[in-house]
Design a protein around this ligand. Structure first.
Ligand code: SF4
Length: 212
């Protein structure tokens, strides 16, 4: 980690979440040096400000398109670049996804997260993908998706279809990125996150998975 104390600021929508703040590296280092149980206590204090501490929000995740991914993430068995037992499967149909969402809802899930192993949504599958989102939303569930990199306009289409959250993790630090992934760059991830926020979607990104 850099020892610079320059502020780290993440792009946010015009109206920031009440808990949002700009953290300096020194702030973060001070936080991480706290005893673990003190961290747990502070986290619980913040959690109670915004959520009912007696409840847990349940999500169900489903892979709508498994395997055969052209990206080369070093940690992932779904990449075509790695020799693993995971075989490519066709994308699930809308009916299959909705049936799974109904089961998830019946089991208590309030949010349904759809993941696809690919570099980004394909034009050929777009209508099917948007229908999945809109029909899950129509069940009265929150919707989350992780479909990879988004080109211009895609985030708005997903938002219009009823998407609430977009998951897009940063994988690792910028200076380590090429050690893990060569098929895209750290900046590509930031670019998609910017599009997601600009479209008014909530970002699910590592430790940051909450409504904006
Ligand atoms: S983009 Fe996702 S599915 Fe594809 S290799 Fe990377 S982690 Fe795996």
């Amino acid at each position: 980690m850099s020892t610079s104390s320059s502020p780290i600021t993440f792009a946010r929508p015009a109206t920031p979440h009440p808990a949002a703040k700009t953290w300096s590296v020194a702030d973060i280092e001070a936080l991480l040096s706290l005893p673990f149980m003190e961290l747990v206590f502070r986290a619980a204090e913040v959690h109670r400000q915004f959520f009912d501490p007696t409840k847990v929000q349940l999500s169900t995740l489903i892979s709508i398109k498994t395997g055969g991914c052209p990206e080369d993430c070093g940690y992932c068995p779904q990449s075509v670049h790695h020799d693993t037992p995971v075989e490519e499967q066709p994308m699930m149909t809308v009916d299959e996804v909705i049936a799974a969402a109904r089961t998830a809802k019946a089991n208590g899930a309030g949010r349904f997260c759809m993941g696809a192993a690919r570099r980004g949504p394909k034009d050929a599958d777009l209508e099917q993908t948007l229908r999945m989102v809109s029909e899950v939303k129509a069940l009265g569930m929150e919707t989350c998706a992780t479909f990879g990199l988004l080109k211009d306009g895609r985030a708005e289409q997903l938002k219009e279809a009823g998407l609430d959250f977009y998951n897009h993790n940063l994988d690792t630090a910028p200076d380590k990125y090429a050690d893990i992934i060569q098929t895209r760059e750290y900046e590509d991830r930031l670019d998609t996150l910017g599009k997601v926020r600009s479209a008014g979607l909530s970002v699910c990104c590592g430790g940051d998975c909450r409504p904006e």
